[in-house]
Design a protein around this ligand. Structure first.
Ligand SMILES: Cc1cc2nc3c(=O)[nH]c(=O)nc-3n(C[C@H](O)[C@H](O)[C@H](O)COP(=O)(O)OP(=O)(O)OC[C@H]3O[C@@H](n4cnc5c(N)ncnc54)[C@H](O)[C@@H]3O)c2cc1C
Length: 445
């Protein structure tokens, strides 16, 4: 059968699943494409479902800079994405981010760099003075990207899935309990929690932070099937703050800010028309459990939905850290920035933050697309094209190597560190002491 008529079962309608569904239907209009997630779309437990996310092309790694520039072009012109993108610019206030490497990547790729280095004094006096009271300790240089910004995440995700459905993608709202295999280990599709079987020629797991558990539940004795640390569920805590009406004018020129070097490594997306500011504490954490049937420790998102979505069901210590990020970035310049809600947002993190986009080497017809590693969302417009390429063996050698099942974990997308604390440790402290571990932050953008 040609790819034009084959059937594709995408499990997970977050960033990778939604983007792949759209591109599969665009490239192979006659293909039978089914997209599955737990709830009607967009599903609120997806990392891709959020108040907003950062969109930028500044990567020290040329592969991701090129990919992000491609995405940015679509954010700026495609009617599915454009209404949700706010080009506010972005400041990296950090000596650790190698702005010079980003600039030279730009120069070799497009001949010039829109990104530039600025001194903290310049940043303090620009943008209507929004960062005048920030804690600038230890920051001697900043990288300024005028073409970056942020996007309304929930609406953009909704828009992509809606467009895919209009092209003929079938959306099914159900929870998958296991992947099914024949006696030779060839993937046949999945089984849902109601016992229904969904079958297809190709089954693609776009299940993000839930992937390790799904594979462990599906075939606990099959060692080679397991992720074995290739993608680890990890979360970071975000807080939403309501801006009083009289303070809104202060945000008129505000860009996104990333402030990774401090006791409270953090970032903030400025208030849009809804008058809400998002602050994120970047020190991520796992939630490790012992999976008895497969005899392995894996990290999984917590069972309570309120610990995956916006709520108040968050350990006090995490709330405290998010408020510290608010104070560090906006200081006393903004008055009465009160918290409205918090969220532990769960993503699948790979050791070097490179994605995984490949066929499972031990199960024919089963594929993995994920490992967004706290920076995958901006690729919502184009990552699906690469998943489609992978499905038909068309990734180039470099992409295959970088996104493969077995690969070197040196280098990588962000070259930052993985989570080194666990939710259980955090639950034991209440914010009266700090457990920030220097050098273990992960860059979330
Ligand atoms: C705190 C935080 C901040 C971030 N900020 C940014 C940012 O500013 N910019 C950026 O570019 N990236 C950012 N990211 C990264 C980005 O959100 C993720 O990399 C991206 O969303 C991952 O996409 P995904 O499709 O792999 O997973 P998800 O978006 O999580 O989607 C997975 C989907 O699979 C579904 N699913 C799982 N298991 C099952 C099952 N058994 N049955 C049915 N459905 C199932 C889930 O319900 C979910 O909808 C951030 C991530 C976090 C956690």
């Amino acid at each position: 059968m040609s790819p034009y008529e084959e059937s594709y079962l995408l499990i997970g309608a977050g960033c990778f699943g939604a983007s792949t569904a759209l591109h599969l239907k665009r490239i192979y209009p006659a293909a039978k494409v089914t997209l599955v997630d737990r709830t009607p779309f967009p599903c609120p437990t997806a990392a891709a479902h959020d108040l907003n996310k950062i969109v930028r092309a500044e990567y020290e790694d040329p592969l991701y800079l090129k990919l992000a520039l491609e995405a940015l072009k679509i954010w700026n012109c495609d009617p599915i994405f454009k209404p949700w993108f706010h080009r506010t610019g972005l400041v990296f206030a950090s000596d650790a981010i190698r702005g010079d490497a980003v600039i030279s990547n730009y120069e070799s790729l497009i001949g010039h760099s829109p990104t530039m280095m600025l001194a903290p004094e310049d940043i303090k006096s620009r943008f209507g003075g929004i960062f005048r009271d920030a804690d600038w300790t230890g920051v001697s240089k900043c990288t300024w990207s005028p073409q970056a910004g942020w996007a309304d995440a929930e609406q953009a995700l909704q828009s992509v899935i809606q467009a895919a459905v209009e092209l003929g993608v079938k959306y099914i709202s159900t929870t998958v309990s296991a992947v099914s295999f024949d006696k030779h280990g060839v993937c046949q599709g999945v089984q849902t929690h109601t016992g229904e079987r969904l079958t297809a020629d190709h089954t693609i797991l776009c299940t993000g932070a839930y992937t390790a558990q799904l594979l462990a539940d599906s075939a606990p004795q099959w060692k080679e099937l397991q992720l074995d640390g290739r993608m680890v569920a990890a979360a970071a805590c975000m807080g939403i703050f309501k801006v009083p009406k009289d303070q809104m004018p202060k945000f008129e020129e505000a860009p996104v800010i990333v402030f990774p070097e401090s006791a409270y490594p953090g970032e903030s997306i400025p208030a849009g028309p809804a008058g809400l500011v998002k602050c994120t504490h970047e020190l991520s954490f796992t939630n490790k459990i012992y999976h008895k049937r497969s005899r392995q420790w894996i990290s999984v998102p917590p069972r309570r939905k309120s610990q995956m979505t916006w709520s108040q069901d968050i350990p006090q210590g995490l709330k405290y850290e998010v408020m510290k990020v608010r104070d560090m970035i906006y200081g006393g310049w903004l008055e009465n920035l009160e918290p409205v809600s918090y969220r532990m947002c769960w993503d699948a993190v790979t050791p070097n933050q490179d994605f995984i986009i490949c066929e499972h080497p031990y199960s024919k017809s089963l594929y993995i697309a994920g490992g967004g590693s706290f920076h995958g969302w901006k690729f919502l417009p184009n990552i699906g094209q690469y998943v489609v390429k992978m499905l038909h063996g068309k990734l180039d050698e470099k992409e295959k190597k970088r996104w493969g099942w077995n690969r070197s974990n040196t280098g990588g997308a962000c070259q930052m560190y993985n989570p080194v604390r666990d939710l259980k440790d955090i639950e034991m402290y209440d914010g009266s002491c700090t457990i920030a571990i220097k050098g273990t932050y992960i860059s979330i953008l």
